[in-house]
Design a protein around this ligand. Structure first.
Ligand code: ADA
Length: 553
């Protein structure tokens, strides 16, 4: 099962076996491959950047939906030789509906993980773009009408819980029809409505509903409820969709972020989806190991640097009460990428898919964009504005932010609800940045004078490098001892600052990076993890426990 709960009782899913035919022609490789996985798991392809073709024959018919949870990074899907879908960006799901005769059909997926100028989000970077169908793929049997999504936005009014409930229903036929929609929280039906569906169209039903006697969601008491949409046609149950929600409300009040009226003090990590030889195709057991280690450090939050994460990861965060800063896909993009015509559409598609799919996760407390991108130029600012506007349109219930490293040149602090800054004093800069009148004070003052006045502030990245197992008397940079020493100094200064409501250590685990960065990344890895790529703890792990546990246990 992909999610931690069953998303359909009525809609049938055709389970394809995991082995597909596979060919990476440019690598002169042909064989079988598992779906999901990264093709770098195949020894001959551990450094392969390019195109590959996945092929699978399967028996199905009628109206079906091909659902891809993640293909890295570009997919072109063919059914019986006919092109039916193109998708760019590894980290967001996509689907396509087709109607075919019953029988055996050939499904072909062309995948490409190479870099091109028109690929404005996937480029040489301080993380690795793996290749393949990296997340699960399903074939769903659709009836004449289906529930595409339920979006549940809880809020309090006059001391009781309400929610804006948006349900998208699609008519999969060329005939107009009327269906009945029932909405249940747990087993209790709280809304029943007749809905007219024009031929071949989808409609979104929006309702405000009240909920009595429900328990709130919080990190320490992560109470979840299943919400179910059921569709009836002529009295027969024809489709359903099940999701999970939590009754919690996020608000910014001065320098605080409030969850159900309580100020959040967030301490945690930046985490790439990268698990040694499994690459970015991280199974539930490995996700659980990461989250168990983060909780052992005392962390109560995680940032999905620098892209939307797998829903399984978000499900575990929901269930264990780990608060999530989720962000659309972008790291260190320059004018070169942000001035291309593809940039805005690729970014908006990523935001649309991220929020459409992840709207209901109560653990997500904010949406992030454009990590360390061009927030110091007018052109960059217009890009930030467009992306923020799209997020506000799709989900006004969560604050927005972006992790900046433009410091005293940043001109976008006024566009966001939370001011977030990445700093590396003692690693990329000398220690004097943390003297009482040093960096942090200067940065806070600049932000306050440039749109960030009286806003919550997060140190979204701070840390240092350490190579697992490298110990030396000199405690030189890259030794575990020096990493621990620098991180200790950084966290002491940050966590003693009343104005900072959150800190995300860079980073949880070492991750693979592109060879373009080899000169500053020993072993072509970003070695700032507090654990290495095999989740072996470095001395820095104990430093995070020293600072986090007293605040969160
Ligand atoms: C930046 C960037 C991270 C990582 C980090 C580092 O802040 O956002 O992705 O590259 O620096 O390790 O230097």
């Amino acid at each position: 099962m992909y999610r931690l709960f069953n998303t359909h009782n009525v809609r049938k899913t055709i389970e394809l076996s995991a082995l597909w035919d596979f060919e990476a022609a440019d690598a002169n490789y042909k064989g079988k491959i598992t779906v999901p996985s990264c093709w770098e798991c195949i020894p001959e392809l551990v450094r392969y950047k390019g195109k590959a073709v996945y092929t699978k024959n399967a028996e199905f018919g009628g109206t079906v939906r091909f659902v891809f949870k993640g293909v890295s990074h570009t997919a072109d899907v063919y059914l019986d030789g006919k092109h039916i879908k193109h998708h760019y960006n590894a980290y967001t799901p996509f689907s396509v509906d087709v109607t075919v005769e019953e029988g055996v059909h050939e499904l072909k997926v062309e995948v490409d993980n190479a870099y091109y100028p028109e690929s404005t989000l996937h480029k040489d970077n301080d993380y690795y773009t793996y290749g393949g169908i990296i997340r699960p793929m399903f074939i769903e049997k659709l009836d004449k009408a289906v529930v595409d999504y339920i979006h549940f936005t809880p809020y309090t009014e006059g001391g009781s819980w309400k929610a804006k409930v948006d349900v998208k229903i699609k008519n999969t036929t060329a005939k107009e029809q009327t269906v009945q929609l029932d909405l249940l929280l747990g087993k209790d039906c709280f809304l029943s409505k007749t809905v007219a569906l024009p031929a071949n169209e989808a409609v979104v039903l929006s309702e405000i509903c009240g909920f009595d006697g429900v328990l709130p969601y919080s990190p320490k008491s992560p109470k979840l409820y299943e919400i179910t949409a059921q569709l009836y046609a002529d009295g027969q149950l024809i489709d359903d969709l099940i999701d999970r929600v939590g009754f919690r409300e996020i608000k910014c009040e001065g320098k605080k972020v409030l969850l159900n009226g309580e100020p959040l003090k967030l301490v945690g990590f930046n985490r790439h989806e990268d698990y040694n030889m499994l690459g970015s195709s991280v199974p539930l057991q490995a996700i659980m190991r990461d989250i168990a280690l983060m909780k052992q450090s005392g962390a109560n939050a995680v940032r999905t640097c620098h892209y939307p994460n797998d829903e399984t990861f978000l499900d575990v965060c929901d269930e264990l009460g780990l608060m999530v800063w989720e962000e659309e896909h972008a790291r260190g993009l320059k004018y070169e990428q942000m001035s291309r015509p593809e940039f805005i559409p690729q970014s908006l598609d990523c935001i649309d898919e991220m929020i459409t799919e992840h709207h209901n996760h109560p653990s997500i407390f904010c949406w992030g964009i454009l990590n360390e991108c061009e927030s110091q130029s007018e052109h960059g600012r217009s890009c930030y504005q467009q992306l923020y506007d799209r997020i506000a349109e799709l989900d006004p219930s969560r604050p927005k932010t972006s992790a900046s490293n433009k410091y005293f040149k940043d001109i976008c602090f006024d566009l966001e609800e939370i001011v977030s800054i990445n700093i590396y004093p003692g690693w990329y800069a000398t220690n004097d940045h943390f003297t009482p009148t040093g960096y942090l004070e200067a940065l806070k003052e600049h932000a306050a004078n440039n749109g960030g006045l009286n806003k919550p502030m997060i140190i979204s990245e701070v840390g240092a490098g350490g190579i697992y197992g490298y110990h030396t008397e000199s405690m030189c940079k890259w030794s575990e001892e020096r990493q621990a020493e620098v991180l200790d100094m950084q966290l002491t200064a940050i966590l003693n600052d009343e104005d900072i409501m959150g800190v995300f250590v860079w980073q949880f685990a070492d991750c693979r990076v592109d060879e373009e960065l080899f000169a500053s990344r020993p072993g072509c890895k970003n070695n700032k993890g507090v654990v290495d790529e095999y989740r072996r703890k470095k001395l820095a792990f104990a430093v995070t426990q020293k600072h986090f546990l007293p605040l969160t246990k």
